[in-house]
Design a protein around this ligand. Structure first.
Ligand SMILES: CC(C)(COP(=O)(O)OP(=O)(O)OC[C@H]1O[C@@H](n2cnc3c(N)ncnc32)[C@H](O)[C@@H]1OP(=O)(O)O)[C@@H](O)C(=O)NCCC(=O)NCCS
Length: 378
């Protein structure tokens, strides 16, 4: 057997062959099925992009209408799921609520027929349709309110924003939210996608695949970073405090949230689009002083860490956009999951098409031949 060098974090080691997305971290390029994200952000919708990723091609007009129709009419969640969610502690993190609810879907749709394209399609539709409803339901129930029924006359993103507070969103806000979902839907072999593929490789159901990926996305080094960006901006408080804050972080060797990326060594192309969307929001709905702090941070971090390839990543500006939309900070990562579920499902389908269960090896660095010490002798 070939002996490979151990790489912490599997850095640089291919974990799968995939035709879903492509990143060039030196040039700052991200493509979904070969199409640049800048073009999709301008011309596509989240559901069309989800279709592209999952079925490998842009849908025809008819295919898209059918898909949108199916998703629209599967948005409602079962009363028993809602009742289960009502029992969750209000103080719990919405990502934990989402993980439990996604896993619970598997109890209701337990038939597992992975060779049947109808089962695959139904599962895709159900997960993409119901995850936003579950996020919104928990948001209202933790405040002591009843969840709002989805509105069939609203499109995907407008309906989600409506379900958060029962107010129909401004069309620009809904469109910008939809673009944010496009930007967050897929990103090659990141931690949550890897987790989804490992789970998928055991041939379990897609609800378990999504639940395990949601659990992985929640950590602060992955999806959770956008929440920490807002906490950091609140802590910094003013433009004058930016430089001392960054100097402190560098001295104490702590990471500055929203900066740096394992793959991108230039500014993340998604951050460039999000920054532009944030500016559109500020223009229409009023300036946000956090944006001034963020811009100063970008300058100082570039000055100090640009030579190491540390630039803003997607989480740096997504938090500012969601905050301006009035979305609570701890929903930022569940919203990331609403988007990313379509990417995970694309990987689930790709994994099933040429499945081999993941079974890596390890480098054992423990002891051998140790004798058992009875408990009263330890
Ligand atoms: C994303 C992240 C985990 C990538 O980590 P990585 O690929 O292991 O990057 P490295 O730790 O190898 O970074 C190389 C150097 O830059 C430094 N660096 C990386 N990100 C940094 C950050 N956000 N703040 C300060 N220094 C940073 C590292 O300390 C390291 O310095 P060294 O060479 O002196 O040891 C890391 O950049 C990070 O923790 N960022 C903050 C969290 C975040 O925004 N996550 C969202 C990612 S989309």
């Amino acid at each position: 057997m070939m002996v490979c060098e151990y790489k912490p974090g599997l850095e640089g080691i291919p974990a799968a062959q995939s035709s879903i997305s492509y990143v060039d971290g030196q040039k700052g390029i991200l493509e979904y099925r070969g199409i640049r994200i800048e073009e999709l952000a301008e011309k596509s919708t989240f559901l069309e992009t989800a279709y592209l990723l999952i079925w490998g091609k842009l849908p025809s007009k008819e295919e898209l209408e059918t898909f949108e129709h199916e998703v629209r009419y599967h948005r409602r969640i079962k009363y028993r799921i809602r009742d289960m969610m009502k029992c969750f502690p209000e103080s719990g993190h919405p990502m934990d609520a989402l993980q439990a609810s996604a896993a619970a879907l598997g109890l209701f749709y337990s038939l597992r027929d992975l060779h049947n394209p109808v089962y695959i399609r139904d599962s895709v539709v159900r997960l993409i349709a119901t995850i936003p409803t579950m996020v919104a339901a928990f948001q209202l129930m933790r405040k002591g309110n009843d969840p709002v029924r989805p509105r069939d006359d609203l499109d995907y993103s407008a309906n989600f924003l409506y379900m958060l507070d029962e107010r129909e969103p401004d069309p620009l806000m809904a469109r910008i939210f939809d673009i944010c979902l496009i930007l967050q839907v897929e990103h090659t072999m990141n931690a949550s996608t890897f987790s989804a593929r490992v789970t998928a490789s055991t041939l379990t159901d897609p609800y378990a695949v999504v639940a395990s990926a949601v659990g992985t996305l929640g950590g602060p080094l992955h999806g959770g970073a956008n929440e920490e960006v807002i906490q950091m901006l609140e802590k910094i408080g003013s433009v004058e405090n930016v430089r001392p804050y960054i100097e402190d972080c560098l001295q104490s060797k702590s990471k500055i949230m929203g900066f740096g990326h394992r793959v991108y060594k230039v500014k993340d192309p998604r951050a460039i689009i999000l920054q532009n969307l944030a500016e559109q929001l500020f223009e229409k709905f009023g300036h946000d002083k956090f944006y001034d702090i963020a811009q100063e941070m970008e300058l100082v971090v570039e000055e100090k860490l640009g030579s190491k390839g540390i630039y803003p990543n997607i989480d740096f500006y997504s938090g500012l956009v969601y905050r301006k939309m009035g979305i609570p900070t701890d929903l930022f990562t569940p919203i990331f999951a609403i988007a990313r579920v379509a990417g995970w499902l694309a990987h689930w389908k790709e994994q099933l098409a040429e499945n081999r269960i993941f079974r890596p090896t390890q480098v054992y660095n423990g002891l051998h031949e140790i004798t058992y010490t009875p408990i009263d002798k330890r």
